[in-house]
Write a protein that binds this ligand. Structure first.
Ligand code: VG1
Ligand code: CO
Length: 542
């Protein structure tokens, strides 16, 4: 194997965002673009002689990028790479494999819920030895390196066949193609009561799992249909496709429309669920009922003792700042700590590693636990299945019981996508300037209790992250949170998150948009959204 050093010049835009580096396929497929970023990672971390995992969600460019990374890994002295068959690995499965097999880390190729195909997005993320996304100080170091890079190393070698499990060599490096599902499925069997879930299906329980033609298809088919005995056809859109069948692999009320319609129709099964491009997100639906991700986290925390993997109780919980405070109430009731972190899974890693929290979640359809160091879509679905198998009650009843006990936190997120970046930054600046004068004032009929720009000091490693979104909290506990997306690839995306708590069971059955209409109107006026962005409504409401 011939090693080649290739001269290159830096690209100015390789700063990783909320979750890795995400760009349009056209950007990623420019000569040297992927290679520069990958070499920046090899230059930052010493991975020579180490073992890594490599795989992605199967989107367009996945195959080309995997071969390029393998050649570069060999040229940079990596000892061994485990690749998912066909180049496929879900994000939580990659995390699981790093941990179970004691690897030094791995590359995950995905732009998650962003659309794929030649005109879509591509992404690359590096996870470290705890199985989780590289922490901010590491991703910032990748970025610094990418701005000074002058050369990268690659190998002269043909593409390796990745369609069959087995061991091959690329120069001095060993490449092992592995079954992408096996390690993960075994871990799930240890956490959940598979016998009980099998009995639930045997008794006629029906579900539909929409894999959205993304990576979870093979995982869901193996676990739900083969190991748990769910009827064939439970998993739909189960074949991963490079363009996700032309869809937007984002499991929410807008992009999983067919599933939502089914669950609201006359022939709704007992449970509906979906996952995103790389398998780390989940959406949970009951018959005629949608469980918001924030509520899902709260319910899982409250019911965790019913599930074998969590029967010993929870050490603590964590949620990202914009996630609703529903789980805070459960934590208070259980007498366990509840941490509030910035958006993005990388901030949960140190809390999980230190054993301070067992469950964590985000409003953006992300839920997970200390079993891996990523959010985990199918895990959340199995957690719900285990609860349903124990309680034998409809999803809606479990949710309503929860609300009666803790109150309902009405919640919505309004996204304004593809905004002019200057207008979006101006809107945030304007809010920032007003933070000092807001406390004590009335906004839309509510008095502001506190207003700040969220900054976080990690309680374990004391690293500090600033500028993590604007928070306005009212005296009745209602909240308005504002931030700009760190995963988009087109213009800027403004995310506005709104919530209010409703303790009265007689008022817990409204449409969230109606229940939050006054907060929405107050936020639009306060942020001068229409004047500044020209938008009279959000692009996506979840
Ligand atoms: C979004 C979500 C955030 C999530 C991130 C990655 O980030 O809001 O909660 O962690 O996506 O999820 P942002 O910066 O666009 O708001 V995934 O499934 O795209 O890896
Ligand atoms: Co994802």
């Amino acid at each position: 194997m011939q090693i080649r050093t290739v001269a290159t010049t830096p690209f100015p835009d390789q700063r990783p965002g909320t979750s890795g580096l995400r760009k349009k396929v056209a950007v990623f497929s420019q000569p040297h673009y992927l290679e520069n970023f990958v070499q920046s990672i090899f230059d930052t971390l010493d991975l020579s002689g180490k073992a890594l995992v490599l795989g992605g969600d199967g989107r367009h460019h996945n195959d080309v990028a995997i071969q390029a990374i393998l050649r570069m890994a060999a040229a940079n002295g990596v000892g061994r790479v485990l690749v998912g068959r066909g180049g496929l690995l879900s994000t939580p499965a990659a995390s699981c494999i790093i941990r179970r097999r004691g690897l030094a880390g791995g590359f995950i190729l995905s732009a998650s819920h962003n659309p794929g195909g030649p005109g879509g997005d591509f992404g690359l993320k590096f996870n470290v030895e705890n199985g989780g996304p590289a922490p901010e100080k590491v991703t910032e170091a990748f970025w610094r390196r990418s701005r000074e890079i002058t050369e990268y190393r690659t190998a002269e070698a043909p593409d390796l066949p990745l369609d069959r499990p087995g061991i091959q060599r690329l120069g001095g490096m060993e490449v092992e193609v592995i079954d992408p599902v096996a390690d993960y499925a075994e871990l799930m069997e240890r956490l959940f009561d598979f016998d009980r879930i099998r009995a639930l299906f045997a008794d006629g329980f029906r579900m539909r799992f929409d894999a959205m033609h993304a990576v979870t298809g093979p995982y869901a088919a193996e676990i739900l249909e083969r190991r748990l005995g769910a009827p064939p056809g439970t998993v739909v859109r189960g074949t991963p496709l490079p363009d996700f069948g032309g869809g937007h692999p984002d499991p929410n009320l807008v992009h999983a429309r067919g599933l939502v319609a089914l669950m609201n129709g006359p022939d709704a099964p007992d449970l509906g669920a979906a996952s995103d491009g790389d398998g780390d997100r989940n959406m949970i639906l009951g018959r005629g009922c949608f469980v918001t991700p924030s509520d899902s986290l709260a319910v899982l925390a409250a019911e965790a003792r019913l599930v074998p993997g969590y029967a010993g109780g929870l050490k603590g919980v964590a949620r990202s700042m914009p996630t609703s405070t529903a789980v805070d109430r459960v934590a208070a009731d259980l007498g366990i700590p509840c941490y509030e972190t910035p958006t993005g899974w990388k901030f949960f890693g140190s809390l999980l590693d230190a054993g301070r929290v067992t469950l964590c979640g985000e409003e953006s359809f992300g839920t997970g636990s200390d079993h891996v160091r990523e959010k985990d879509g199918l895990w959340a679905v199995l957690f719900w299945l285990n609860l349903l198998a124990v309680r034998r009650a409809p999803v809606a009843e479990i949710l309503e019981d929860h609300w009666r006990r803790y109150g309902r936190t009405y919640y919505t997120r309004h996204d304004y996508e593809a905004l002019d970046p200057a207008a979006a930054a101006g809107l945030m600046d304007h809010l920032r300037q007003r933070l000092g004068e807001l406390p004590g004032r009335e906004v839309g009929g509510r008095r502001v209790r506190a207003a700040d720009e969220f900054a976080y000091t990690d309680p374990v490693d004391h690293s500090r992250s600033t500028g993590q979104g604007i928070r306005i909290v009212f005296e009745d506990g209602a909240r308005m949170v504002w931030r700009l997306s760190g995963t988009g690839t087109e213009g800027a995306t403004l995310r506005l998150y709104l919530e209010r708590h409703e303790p009265d069971p007689a008022r817990q059955h409204d449409d969230p948009q109606a229940a939050l209409a006054d907060l929405v109107a107050a936020a639009r006026a306060l942020g001068e959204i229409e004047e500044r962005t020209g938008r009279d409504r959000p692009s996506v409401i979840t």
